[in-house]
Design a protein around this ligand. Structure first.
Ligand code: 5GP
Ligand code: ZN
Length: 113
């Protein structure tokens, strides 16, 4: 737990969120500024800054995030969906606690801007 980290505070329950799934390792909650009809975030409760900081000990955790994201997307009616990790400010990362965006419910363009 990093005391000045927004997503650590959400993981600890100190800041409210619209939660979709929670267990002892991961948490899924709706994005406060949705960019698609389905837009939620999956985070590990463990503080990891971004994908560049993922260690070999975190590989199973990352796999769990991916599988859970796919399951929740389907539960929310998004058969097709996009998973996004922004790693670093230039890539668009604004919250420096790793999070996987799950976006669905509309058609997507490629490449992203
Ligand atoms: P990033 O730009 O770092 O990839 O994504 C951060 C995401 O967190 C953004 O989509 C933003 O809307 C979302 N976000 C920022 N603050 C909060 C918050 O307090 N609650 C929730 N639910 N989402 C947040
Ligand atoms: Zn954190």
């Amino acid at each position: 737990m990093e005391t000045d980290c927004l997503f650590c505070k959400i993981a600890a329950g100190d800041i409210p969120a619209d939660k979709l799934y929670e267990d002892d390792e991961i948490l899924a909650f709706r994005d406060i500024a949705p960019q698609a009809p389905v837009h939620f975030l999956i985070i590990p409760k463990k503080h990891i800054e971004n994908p560049a900081a993922v260690g070999s000990e975190d590989e199973k955790l990352m796999g769990r995030m991916l599988r859970r994201g796919a399951a929740i997307a389907e539960e929310n009616g998004a058969q097709d969906f996009r998973l996004v990790f922004n790693s670093g400010a230039e890539a668009g990362q604004t919250v420096f606690h790793i999070h996987m965006h799950v976006l669905g419910g509309r058609s997507m363009q490629w490449p992203p801007g």
